[in-house]
Design a protein. Structure first.
Length: 106
C-alpha cells in the first residue's frame, strides 16, 4: 500500500509541477487603444490569434518577463510567469511583487 501511495504522490507532484510551469493561455481583453501583438480587434475587444502570448492591462512598468505592447504588457514567451495587476498594494502568498503586478513564483 505504501508503494502505491508514494507513486500516487509522485504522479500528483510531477503533474502539478508541469501544470504550474505552463504559461497561461492568451484571452480576449477589453480594447484600450491598439491591440497587443497577434491580437485583432473585434468590437470593443482585442482577441488573440492561435500564436498570441498572454497580455494584461499596462499599469506603469511591465512586470519581469513582460514587455510593453501599446497599453498592455505582453509575455516575452510561453514560459513567462503568471502576472496580474496588484490590488490594495499587496500580492497573495503564492505571488510576489514586480512593479504594480503580482507574479507567480513558478
Amino acid at each position: 500500500m505504501a508503494g502505491k501511495t508514494s507513486a500516487l504522490w509522485l504522479a500528483l507532484l510531477l503533474g502539478t509541477t508541469l501544470l504550474a510551469q505552463a504559461a497561461p493561455p492568451a484571452r480576449p481583453l477589453g480594447k484600450d487603444g491598439l491591440c497587443p501583438n497577434r491580437y485583432y480587434t473585434r468590437g470593443h475587444f482585442c482577441v488573440p490569434d492561435e500564436k498570441a502570448l498572454v497580455a494584461i492591462p499596462k499599469r506603469g512598468r511591465c512586470p519581469d518577463g513582460y514587455h510593453a505592447s501599446g497599453n498592455y504588457c505582453q509575455a516575452n514567451s510561453r514560459l513567462s510567469k503568471t502576472a496580474f495587476p496588484m490590488f490594495f498594494g499587496e500580492c497573495p502568498m503564492e505571488f510576489y511583487e514586480s512593479g504594480n503586478y503580482c507574479l507567480s513564483y513558478d
